[in-house]
Every structure is written in C-alpha cells, then in structure tokens.
Design a binder for this molecule. Structure first.
Ligand code: EZ4
Ligand code: CO
Length: 402
C-alpha cells in the first residue's frame, strides 16, 4: 500500500482553514487539519514544499515511523508550524488506517471509555447583564458547562467578546485589531460576574473562564483566590506559560483548578507543569501538537500525574480537528472536558461530519475513520482571505499579551 497523492486545500467559508488530503493506491483517502490561525500560509508552504514530496510512495500504514521521520528527520524540532504540518499528516494517516479497518477511530485507539464527550460552550456579552443572559441561553440549549467572557467596564474591546454576534471570531480583520488592556479593571470586575452567575443559575452548571495569558503570577493567584467561592471548573491560561515554574506561585495561593496548553506544541512545553502537578487540565489538542500519535503520549504522561485533558476546540480548529479530537476524547481514560465553539453553517457544509451535539455532550458518530470529510468543490468557492488575530496594548501603549 502506498500514498499516491498529497494535496493541500485552503478554503475560507467564513474563516480560513488548511486541510491536507492523502490519497492511496487502494482508493482510500484520509484528511487532516493544518490550520494555524493568522499564519495559515506558513503551514501551507511547509507542507507543500517540504512534506508532501516526502510522502509519495510511502506506506501509509506506518504511522509511527512516518511521525518520527517528519519529527526527527527535519532536524529542526517543535514549533507551531512544524507540529501542525506533522499533525495534518498524522490525522490523515489515522483516518486511512481506521477506514481500512472498517472502524471508527475510537475503536482503533482502544475503544470508548464513556458514552458521550462533555463539552463547554462559549457565552459572551458586552457587559455583565448580557453575559449572564448568554450563559442562560447556553444552558437552555442543553450545555452542562459554559465558559463566560464579558466586556470589562472601562475597556472597549475584551478578549472573547463578539461585536454584537453570538459566535465570537477573533481573527476579524485584514490587519491586526488593536485592543487595550487594564489588569486592575479586569481583576476588580471578574469576581462580580461569577458571583452573579452563581446567584442566577445555582451550583449545578460547570463555569469556566479564559484569562488568555494576561496576568502575572501574583495577579493570577489573586484572581484564583477571589473566584474560589464560585467553584469554577477552571481558569485557563492565567499567565503565559513559557515559564512553567511560574505556576508554582499560583498553585501555592489558590485551589481554583488551572488549565493551560492551547498554544503548546509538544510534551516538552508541559513537562514541568504536569510532572509537578502544577495544573489540573492540559489543553493541547490534535492539530496543535503533532496529531493523535503525540497527543496520546501527552495524555498518558498526564494520566500518571493526575492531570486530565481539556482539548482546545475554538473555531480556528477545523471540523477535521473536532472530529479527530472527539474520537480521542471518547477513548482517553483521563478525559476532563472538550471545548466546543460551533462552526458556521458554511463551514459545516464544506466539512460534512458525523459528530453530533446532544444534551451537553458531543458524540463522534460511528463512521469508519474520524468521520469528517471535505467537499472540495464547495471549498473551492471560498478563496483564502488574509485575517490576523488582534493584538493587545496596555493603556499607555505598551505591547501586552493578547
Ligand atoms: O483565542 O483559538 O480557549 N480558546 C481560546 C481561543 C483562541 C483562538 C486563537 O486562534 O483561547 O479562542
Ligand atoms: Co483559550
């Protein structure tokens, strides 16, 4: 069995997606996601110029060997571009293998560990009142877990808050939108939001919050402490995590659970965090961190340290990643939760998929493979459109973390 073609498909049904399609001499094909939000064409070039030529003629059944070949063989290791390219190949190969076996991918991984995948939705509003309303809306839709992001009094553009649309889409402009940040305003406001959410909805729903790398360790410690009475499921990306050691300080001050890792690419980004139990949830997912092959290694390492998974699942991760992640989530023994930001109807039409939402849970479906396809004709109707993520500055203009 041989790989006969490797093609990269770029499409923009409302936002940009990069997809790799691997074809074989036996007619079976597989697809993988390679989207890197705001830097998409770097991965396209990496795949087209440097990876696709290496794949032709190779045996697609040798997933592990091909993974090692692309990881070790480049000499240059890690990073968001390389690891997304490897992930796209890896996920396409697992798709092929599961199709050949006539099994849904979760069966090939070891079978289902649970009946459904608990997901959290994204509620947001321009102010406290409309955020509370938005959380109510998600609970009415059946969600058991909701992330709440709100506009901050005195700041005009906040992370996670749409401009009048329910579905927040951060990569929103041909040049990066400039936002302003003020830590004190944020820290003063957020506890009142979660206090109101608990008053309104009671103890039952799981509530989450994304700090999006904005705080210093001692500020994050204060936030975690001030949110303790409201029993959050987690606070996410409390500080930038290049400095894994910084989480020791946060941990010493608060029992609010911590989640990190949507921008990590390999286990090495999270090794100290996991080994020292400085976090509770690891947010890496298939597209960002080398595919199923590497992610399950991360999950096994996390399992022996009591850390659970919480895969990133924003809309810049294509339905292909969502499908693959749901098979992974169905199998992984130390599953925590899965982020689920709904794609637009246009995106769903370009990527027909078998996964389904029901009563707060996602189900991967039983189609052989990962259950997600691409309609290439439809995809071709949506050409690539440059779009950047925003940037953030402090009130005096100093560059900050978006
Ligand atoms: O900002 O994926 O938890 N989710 C997030 C996302 C990220 C985007 C960046 O492309 O933080 O919304
Ligand atoms: Co996040």
């Amino acid at each position: 069995m041989k790989i006969s073609a490797a093609r990269v498909i770029v499409t923009c049904p409302g936002r940009n997606f990069v997809t790799l399609k691997l074809e074989t001499d036996q007619g079976v094909y597989g697809i993988g996601d390679a989207t890197l939000n705001g830097r998409e064409l770097a991965v396209v070039a990496y795949l087209q110029e440097h990876v696709c030529p290496l794949l032709i003629g190779r045996d697609p059944r040798r997933i592990e060997d091909l993974w090692q070949y692309l990881y070790r063989g480049a000499y240059w290791r890690r990073g968001p571009v390389t690891m997304r390219a490897i992930a796209a190949v890896d996920v396409a190969l697992w798709d092929i293998k599961a199709k050949m076996a006539g099994m849904p991918l979760y069966d090939l991984l070891g079978g289902k560990s649970r009946e459904g995948v608990l997901v959290y939705g994204h509620a947001n509003g321009a102010d406290l009142g409309s955020t509370v309303e938005a959380v109510g809306h998600y609970l009415e839709m059946g969600y058991k877990a909701v992330r709440a992001q709100s506009g901050i009094p005195g700041l005009d553009l906040a992370y996670g808050v749409g401009r009048g649309v329910l579905h927040y889409e951060p990569a929103d402009a041909a040049m990066p939108t400039e936002t302003r940040w003020d830590t004190r305003k944020y820290l003063d406001f957020i506890p009142s939001l979660f206090e109101r959410l608990r008053e309104t909805f009671g103890a039952e729903p799981a509530l989450l919050h994304d700090v999006h790398h904005r705080l210093t360790p001692i500020e994050a410690a204060r936030l975690g402490k001030s949110l303790e009475p409201f029993d959050l499921f987690w606070i996410e990306d409390a500080t930038p995590a290049e400095n894994q050691d910084a989480f020791r300080l946060i941990r010493q001050h608060t029992t609010t659970p911590l989640a990190v890792g949507e921008i990590f690419n390999t286990l090495w980004d999270a090794k100290e965090l996991i080994a020292n139990q400085l976090i509770d949830y690891i947010r890496m997912t298939v597209v960002g961190s080398g595919g199923i092959t590497h992610l399950r290694r991360v999950a096994d390492f996390a399992a022996i340290h009591g850390v659970r998974t919480g895969c990133h699942g924003a809309t810049d991760l294509s339905p292909v990643t969502m499908g693959a992640a749901l098979h992974f989530d169905s199998w992984v023994p130390n599953f925590g939760i899965q982020e689920y930001m709904r794609h637009s109807e246009e995106t769903d039409a370009v990527f027909p998929h078998s996964y389904q939402f029901e009563d707060g849970y996602l189900h991967p479906g039983d189609t052989a493979g990962h259950g997600v396809d691409i309609d290439e004709e439809l995809a071709a109707r949506y050409p690539y459109k440059p779009a950047y993520l925003p940037v953030a500055r402090l009130q005096d203009g100093t560059m900050w973390n978006w």
